[in-house]
Design a protein around this ligand. Structure first.
Ligand code: ZN
Length: 227
C-alpha cells in the first residue's frame, strides 16, 4: 500500500518506456519511480507491451546477412563471467542550514550541480540545479512550516515532486513522492500548514506568473523564481 496519491499521466510513462520523455519530466518521473511501486508496475507493463509489439513482426536473421553477422558478433562478445551487481550508492543528503534531507538516488547524483540557497520573502528558500535537460530549469524549493508561494499560474509546464514533508493548494494535499503537473490552465497558491515544512523539486520551462492582489507586483521579479 502506498501513500502516494498523485502520479504521472499514462502517456508520460509510456513515452518514458520508449525512451522518448526528456528534460524535467524524465528526471522527475525517474525520481518518482523510486518512491512509487504503483508506477514501477505501470512502467513494467508498458515495457512488456512494447516488447511484445517489437517481437510480433518476426525477423529471420538468415534473410539479412548484415543482421546475422551482428547477432553472431553479439553472441561471441557476451561476457563469460556473470555480471556483478553494482554496489548500492550511499544516499547523498541535501543540506539547508542545520537541516538535512535524503534525496532519491537519481537526484542525489545531481547535487554537485546545485547552486547556493537564496532566501526569498515569506519563509522560502530556493536553490537552482544546473543540469542539461532541454530548456527546463530545476529548483529545489523549501517552504518553512506555515508559509507559502504567492498565487501564480504558468506559461509553460511546472512539474513538481515532493521530497520532504508536504504542502497543499486548493486542488489538494501533496506528500512525499507525489508528482504534480500543472500548466497555464492551473492557478494555485501552494502553502504548508503550521506543523510541517516542505522540500520539493520543480522543473519549469517558463517563469511563473503571479496573479493575485499584491503578489502581482512580484511579476517583474518573477525571475527570482526562475533564475
Ligand atoms: Zn506513481
Amino acid at each position: 500500500m502506498t501513500h502516494i496519491n498523485h502520479h504521472p499521466e499514462s502517456a508520460w510513462l509510456e513515452a518514458y518506456a520508449r525512451g522518448e520523455l526528456y528534460g524535467g519530466k524524465a528526471l522527475l518521473l525517474a525520481a518518482h519511480l523510486e518512491y512509487c511501486p504503483v508506477c514501477r508496475q505501470r512502467l513494467a507493463q508498458a515495457e512488456q507491451t512494447l516488447a511484445k509489439a517489437c517481437w510480433s513482426e518476426p525477423v529471420t536473421a538468415g534473410d539479412d546477412p548484415q543482421l546475422e553477422s551482428m547477432l553472431s558478433q553479439m553472441m561471441t562478445s557476451l561476457p563469460q563471467a556473470p555480471l556483478r551487481e553494482p554496489e548500492p550508492e550511499a544516499p547523498i543528503e541535501l543540506q539547508l542550514e542545520h537541516r538535512r534531507f535524503v534525496l532519491p538516488r537519481v537526484l542525489s547524483r545531481q547535487v554537485h550541480r546545485m547552486g547556493s540557497w537564496s532566501k526569498l520573502p515569506g519563509g522560502l528558500h530556493q536553490a537552482r540545479l544546473e543540469t542539461q535537460a532541454d530548456d527546463d530549469r530545476f529548483f529545489f524549493i523549501h517552504m518553512e512550516a506555515n508559509s507559502g508561494v504567492p498565487q501564480h499560474t504558468h506559461h509553460g509546464d511546472e512539474v513538481t515532486l515532493v521530497l520532504h514533508g508536504g504542502f497543499a493548494d486548493d486542488r489538494g494535499e501533496y506528500k512525499v513522492g507525489d508528482f504534480i503537473h500543472l500548466d497555464g490552465r492551473h492557478e494555485h497558491q501552494p502553502h504548508t500548514d503550521a506543523d510541517e515544512d516542505c522540500l520539493v523539486i520543480s522543473a519549469l520551462d517558463q517563469p511563473l506568473q503571479f496573479t493575485s492582489g499584491l503578489a502581482r507586483l512580484l511579476n517583474p521579479l518573477s525571475h527570482l523564481f526562475f533564475r
